[in-house]
Ligand binder design. Structure first.
Ligand SMILES: *Cc1c(COP(=O)(O)O)cnc(C)c1O
Length: 435
């Protein structure tokens, strides 16, 4: 091993020798190891080149994208890719843009769009890369070089730098602020529409997903906005399809009671709704635009639509999710709804079995949260395991990383977000803490 150590003349190891030695401990491509060796030699002092190179290689291996077990109790964890979706493993081609009846070029949007439209009670729907893209496209297609009216209370930042004023500006539309930060009434919108010099093409209503204003506040509901002379596009954010949750065997969970839903928002008269695919819808990263056929078509025909279109993996996943909702099999097939509806007594039972298997820790009551800015402030009764000490980093280093939560020097494993298939992996990871 000593061939890469500093030689007696005090020369650093050669890049190639160092890369070859790194290969014994890190399974990374040779070209990557050569790059690491170069950087370590350039930045390390003569004595610690090898240690630095090992660290760089270890960090890189650790940072590679991989499957993890979400034990945080945050159902839609932004750092963990929001809603988990089963991956498609087939290597076959798909009829993504083949019209099966004629054999001619077809549209990737038509069938999935139809299913989604049916699901939301819309005339038509399309899928784009995310909800930010959906809002961008709607404003660009329907209000380019014209004005968009937005309540001052809804001119928000959703996180990850999605800011309504900036998105509007990027779309080539002019933002017209309406009302005040805490109260905006229908007459404020009317005044803005009637004001000389304004050319309002669209009212944009935005659900302030990730925060709550309380006290002397008033917003104008879609039902009232729909009486205005311009179409209303509602960014409902989380993608709850229907607030009665007809796909559940039980009633809609109470923690969803304040979330706007696509079907009801369209029923109330919104011309369009926009929402994320990877929040409460439980799908892959994408955005949906659903509503009036002529407006959805205007979005689909806009040049930006080409830049914002999702690939076949996303379209396939959205199709299978739409079918699960329509078949009322969501709680069996959609991982998000499984996590959301699993009975807490089952979680307690699993926790008991895990504690028995590992021989330490305790079963505890916990509160999960929906996450991803959905239903802010809402909690879901849960159960899991508590272990004295902070094992966050150790669990994260496990072969299949376990992402847990720490509070007051105790490690919490929330089982609501752990899929039952992963209990054995969890047991092995927890046992490894003792070794
Ligand atoms: C989450 C959210 C967005 C951004 O959606 P992405 O799919 O992350 O692009 C936009 N608007 C609202 C109201 C949201 O909740």
């Amino acid at each position: 091993m000593n061939r890469v150590s500093v030689d007696t003349a005090g020369r650093p190891p050669s890049v190639d020798a160092l890369a070859r030695e790194l290969a014994l401990r890190h399974s990374l491509p040779h070209a990557v190891l050569v790059d690491i060796a170069r950087r370590a030699i350039a930045n390390g002092s003569l004595t610690d080149v090898k240690k630095l190179a090992d660290e760089l290689a270890g960090d890189l291996v650790q940072s590679l994208l991989r499957e993890v077990v979400n034990a945080t109790g945050v159902l839609l964890h932004t750092n963990l890719g929001r809603a988990p979706v089963a991956s498609q493993t087939s290597s076959r081609a798909s009829n993504l843009e083949l019209d099966m009846a004629t054999g001619e070029r077809g549209s990737r949007q038509s069938t999935v769009g139809k299913l989604l439209a049916l699901l939301c009670g819309a005339e038509s729907a399309i899928v784009v890369n995310n909800n930010a893209a959906a809002v961008l496209l709607v404003v660009a297609a329907l209000a380019n070089s014209r004005d968009v009216a937005v309540s001052r209370g809804e001119s928000v930042e959703i996180g990850g730098n999605f800011r309504i004023p900036e998105v509007t500006e990027q779309s080539g539309a002019r933002l017209v602020d309406v009302g005040t930060t805490n109260r905006t009434r229908l007459r404020d919108y009317k005044k803005a529409i009637d004001k000389r010099g304004n050319d309002i093409a669209l009212v944009l209503k935005v659900h302030p997903s990730n925060y709550k204003v309380s006290g002397f506040v008033e917003e104008t509901p879609v039902r009232e906005l729909a009486t205005l002379s311009v179409p209303v596009a509602a960014d409902i954010g989380s993608g709850l399809i229907d607030n009665t949750c007809p796909w559940l065997e039980t009633r809609a969970p109470s923690w969803l009671s304040n979330e706007p839903a696509a079907r009801q928002t369209l029923n109330d008269g919104a011309a369009l709704v926009m929402f994320s695919g990877d929040k409460l819808f439980g799908g892959p990263q994408c955005g949906v635009i659903a509503g009036r056929a002529d407006l959805v078509e205007a979005c689909a025909q806009h040049p930006l639509a080409r830049a914002l279109r999702p690939g076949s993996t996303t379209m396939l996943a959205m199709q299978s999710l739409a079918l699960s909702y329509l078949n009322r099999t969501a709680t069996k097939e959609i991982i998000f709804w499984k996590m959301a509806t699993i009975n807490v007594s089952e979680l307690r039972e699993r926790a008991k079995q895990i504690v028995t298997a590992i021989g330490f820790g305790e079963v505890c009551e916990l509160e999960s949260i929906p996450g991803a800015g959905s239903a802010p402030g809402a909690t879901i009764e849960s159960a899991g395991i508590v272990i004295k000490g902070d094992y966050l980093a150790k669990l994260r280093m496990y072969t299949t990383p376990i992402i847990a939560r720490v509070k007051d020097s105790k490690t919490f494993i929330d089982l609501r977000t752990v899929q039952p298939d992963d209990d054995q992996t969890l047991i092995q990871a927890l046992r490894s803490l003792n070794s």
